[in-house]
Design a protein around this ligand. Structure first.
Ligand code: FAD
Ligand code: NAD
Length: 464
């Protein structure tokens, strides 16, 4: 006998639990199916633990720089990795506990532990039991990609998931992938005290960003003693003692790196392969992401029944906690509030949490150029920002791009202290569809980093 619900949510990532509570509060009998841990990647092996570790690493970094500020410490700075991990575990556990209490205390909501797969358009199977509902929401997220390098299956390697169990310092961490995940771990472990080498396939780091951003990030990381190899090809790995040996070519020259640990950060794959999406006829693209419309309804092949939505990383429309949460808001608004919110209303915004962080909104310069529209550009090096000088952290720059005709802000890259925070002042003006002059004429507080945003906007020159 099948158990019947009004709604089923597969996966408890950053959209599912919030949607489940809204649906249950609206009187729908709702099941949340989770196979591993509540909260998904963000809570367990993504944002929350990594930003907690980044905070420990920053303290170590500043403690080593104490003398720059005239502060005397008791000699060499050491990092107690067990204590660092315990702090991280405590913060993750508190998040898990509050999520479990919230879901457990919600009427009409049933939590089912197990791995779900579709057996029909409106039914899934979990642990041999069939659950049915007229509405099914997929929030199954993604997992680390594992490349097919020769020798990889014969050596121990880490991913962002297994990194969470480390409580000792790697002597030499080799990080494959010089993008968001790889660079956050690279800087963090360098600051904890490891030797760190990054190997990146592209000819620059974070290759989705503009070259000047990639180059500045590379300079910042290199100055901290991180070895970086770009344009890496033909990677092969083998065992060497208790560690690994990675061989490759970089820019055509052979490279050999002996590391104690290997971290794979070469991208993520969506968790759709085990869902048996053929049963409801849900279409995926060639990388496995579920095809959705602007209101996140899964595109169901001809003859399919509909009634299926996909939220979060699994739909390929965003790969961040805030985009997953926004997916929840869009689906809830459409289903429960009669408010036709859409994904296309969302302005791209994210941060890379290196130190200094990179706050990003809207288009890159390359994207603006590709549109062919006349634009203005402003750049301000942080060496000219009083607050940065006072804090002794003048690395990076702020860059903004504006449409010359409409005067609307098109995009910005703020690689600077507080760049992940102050970028919201630009984002909010973009959301308000107000011209840049609104923020340029706004009087900001002295001495802050935000204070220089009007100055940045006052420095606009035509984008040649
Ligand atoms: C190292 C790292 C750092 C990150 N840092 C940031 C950051 O700083 N800021 C940011 O915005 N984003 C960050 N992200 C991205 C962010 O974690 C994800 O975008 C976010 O978690 C949204 O994921 P989601 O809602 O799609 O699902 P997920 O959080 O991935 O959760 C999916 C859930 O579904 C479950 N599941 C999967 N298949 C099934 C099944 N068949 N049956 C039952 N359950 C299933 C999984 O067990 C999991 O719990 C980071 C990611 C990583 C890996
Ligand atoms: N701060 C944040 O918000 C944050 C932090 C971490 C992760 N995330 C999310 O997780 C997603 C995945 O992050 P990611 O960094 O794993 O993936 P990514 O797709 O951004 O980067 C993967 C990197 O690995 C490189 N690469 C691929 N194959 C390689 C190979 N064989 N050898 C060497 N390098 C190779 C790619 O060129 C790329 O630079 C991001 O898109 C992001 O949305 C967000």
């Amino acid at each position: 006998m099948a158990r019947t619900f009004d709604a089923i949510i597969i996966g408890s990532g950053q959209a599912g639990p919030f949607l489940a509570v809204r649906l249950a509060q609206a009187g729908m009998r709702t099941a949340v199916i989770e196979r591993e841990h509540l909260g998904g990647t963000c809570v367990n092996d993504g944002c929350i633990p990594t930003k907690t570790l980044v905070a420990s690493a920053r303290v170590a970094h500043l403690a080593r720089r104490a003398a720059d500020y005239g502060v005397v410490t008791g000699g060499e700075v050491r990092v107690d990795m067990k204590a660092v991990k315990e702090r991280k575990d405590r913060i993750v556990q508190a998040s898990l506990d509050s999520l479990a209490a919230w879901l457990g205390g919600t009427e009409n909501l049933t939590l089912v532990w197990g791995s779900a797969r579709f057996t029909g358009p409106r039914e899934v199977e979990v642990n041999g039991e069939t659950l049915t509902a007229p509405r099914i929401f997929i929030n199954t997220g993604g997992r680390p990609a594992v490349p097919d390098w020769p020798g990889l299956s014969g050596v121990p390697f880490l991913t962002n998931t297994s990194m969470m169990t480390l409580d000792a310092l790697p002597e030499h961490l080799v990080v494959a992938g010089g993008s968001y995940i790889g660079l956050e771990f690279a800087q963090m472990y360098r600051r904890f005290g490891s030797r760190v080498t990054v190997v990146e396939y592209a000819d620059r780091l974070i290759a989705r960003e503009d070259p000047e951003v990639s180059d500045a990030v590379r300079g910042i990381l290199a100055a901290e003693g991180i070895d970086i190899h770009l344009g890496v090809r033909d990677i092969a790995v083998g065992k060497r003692g208790s560690g690994i040996r990675l061989t490759a070519t970089a820019g055509g020259s052979p490279v050999g790196i002996d590391g104690s640990h290997l971290l794979l950060a070469v991208g993520r794959v969506p968790n759709t392969d085990g869902l048996n999406l053929e049963a409801p006829g849900v279409a995926v693209d060639k990388r496995g992401f579920i095809q959705v419309d602007d209101q996140l309804r899964a595109s169901v092949e001809e003859g399919g029944a509909g009634g299926i939505w996909a939220l979060g990383d699994v739909n390929g429309r965003g790969a961040f906690t805030h985009t997953s949460y926004n997916d929840f808001e869009i689906v809830a608004a459409n289903l429960l509030d009669g408010d036709p919110r859409r994904v296309s209303d969302r302005i791209t915004a994210y941060a890379l949490f290196t130190d200094p962080p990179l706050g990003r909104v809207g288009m890159t310069e390359a994207e603006v150029r590709a549109t062919g529209r006349p634009a203005l550009k402003g750049v301000l090096p942080m060496t000219r920002v009083g607050r940065a000088k006072e804090r002794g952290e003048t690395q990076g720059f702020m860059k903004v791009l504006v449409d010359r005709e409409t005067r609307l802000i098109l995009g910005a890259a703020l690689l600077c202290i507080e760049g992940d925070e102050i970028v919201h002042s630009l984002l909010d003006v973009m959301a308000a569809k107000a011209p840049y002059t609104v923020i340029q004429r706004c009087v900001h507080i002295h001495p802050t980093v935000s204070e220089l945003i009007p100055t940045l906007l006052g420095s606009l020159k035509p984008l040649e």
